[in-house]
Design a binder for this molecule. Structure first.
Ligand code: NAD
Length: 313
């Protein structure tokens, strides 16, 4: 079974149900080699991935630079390219119009392209003045769209309450939230999808592996409470004891969620790509899914704080 495609809100873009998350190309998940990244991205495109997501924040500009080089030689034209603005470092943000406009120019230069398909304000929950984001930032994004520097605009963040406000306040084409449509947390489907559909916005889901928790080796910096990490460790061990992969199960499950247009999975190695392509082979094994659900049940929907928003928001 090959790649599946879905309409992204009202954009008219038919995007692959699995999108390529390029955060690992900035070293966000540890060391990588550029040649292996290039091989992974090229192979993914050949296998039907048509949407790639990055940000100046990933590797503090490195991720965009690497992706820009990797997409040279005719690859850029084969994909919808999404990048972001406003998040500069872990703790440094700027959603003022002049920064957004400059950030676009810098991203286009690093990505070696004349336009991006999608441009989004990155992690808006870190901005205290959301009214400013919903007026000044939004107008800057609209201006860039009118100028043809991007085709579609959106906003991203972790707390769903924050994204709900964004969707209600601005006419966004798309939005991204992450870690909320996974085997650990399904609230994107109940809290965000109905509103996005009403507002005509496409939902892009990120971190289906819960930023590595649903893999055997999550990153040290993971913000989840220890109980969540422990449950994820148990689920990984359970799948391994059956000769199965929790990551594949997690992706198979996410592919069944039709309200989500695309799901970005972060990869920098062909071995990860091959592993993740197994998700396209068919539905999740119902018995294994039920066993994993039971293991994860005590921590289902447990969130963590992000930016200025508390955990349960
Ligand atoms: P993820 O949940 O996709 O996990 C990625 C991690 O899992 C990486 O360490 C990767 O190397 C590893 N991995 C991938 N496939 C694997 C496999 N089969 N077996 C073992 N390990 C595997 O998390 P992510 O990268 O955070 O999210 C995907 C993408 O979504 C990002 O690259 C980014 O583009 C986007 N994203 C956007 C936002 C936002 O806009 N605020 C937030 C998070 C993620």
């Amino acid at each position: 079974m090959g790649m599946r495609y879905r309409m992204l809100g009202n954009t008219g873009l038919k995007v692959s149900a699995l999108g390529f998350g390029a955060a690992p190309l900035g070293g966000v998940y540890g060391p990588f080699t550029e040649s292996e990244c290039a091989a992974t991205v090229h192979q993914a495109i050949d296998l039907g991935f048509n949407l790639i997501d990055t940000s100046p924040y990933y590797g503090i500009k490195l991720g965009e630079e690497v992706l820009g080089r990797v997409l040279q030689g005719g690859w850029r034209e084969k994909v919808f390219l999404a990048t972001k603005c406003g998040r500069i470092t872990k703790s440094d943000f700027n959603f003022r119009a002049f920064h957004i406009i400059q950030s676009m120019e810098d991203s286009l230069r690093r990505l070696q392209t004349s336009y991006v398909d999608i441009f989004q304000a990155h992690d808006i929950e870190f901005e205290a003045n959301l009214d400013m984001v919903f007026t000044e930032t939004f107008e800057a994004l609209l201006k860039l769209k009118q100028q043809g520097k991007c085709r579609f605009i959106g906003m991203t963040g972790y707390p769903l309450g924050c994204l709900q406000r964004a969707l209600e306040s601005c006419q966004l084409d798309v939005c991204i939230s992450y870690c909320h449509a996974t085997l650990l947390d399904q609230t994107m489907l109940t809290r965000l999808a109905p509103l996005a559909q009403k507002r005509g916005a496409g939902i892009m889901n990120a971190s289906p592996l819960a930023m590595g928790l649903l893999t055997p080796s999550p990153p040290e910096w993971h913000p989840a409470p220890e109980a969540v990490k422990e449950a994820a460790r148990k689920a990984n061990a359970h799948c391994a004891s059956q000769g199965q992969s929790l990551s594949t199960l997690a992706l198979k499950w996410v592919l069944q969620q039709e309200q989500v247009a695309t799901t970005f999975v972060g990869m920098s190695k062909r071995s990860e790509l091959q592993e993740n392509l197994k998700a396209l082979e068919g539905p999740p094994d119902p018995v294994l899914l039920e066993e994993v659900r039971k293991i994860l049940a005590p921590v289902q929907g447990v969130c963590w704080p992000s930016g200025l928003w508390p955990a349960e928001s």
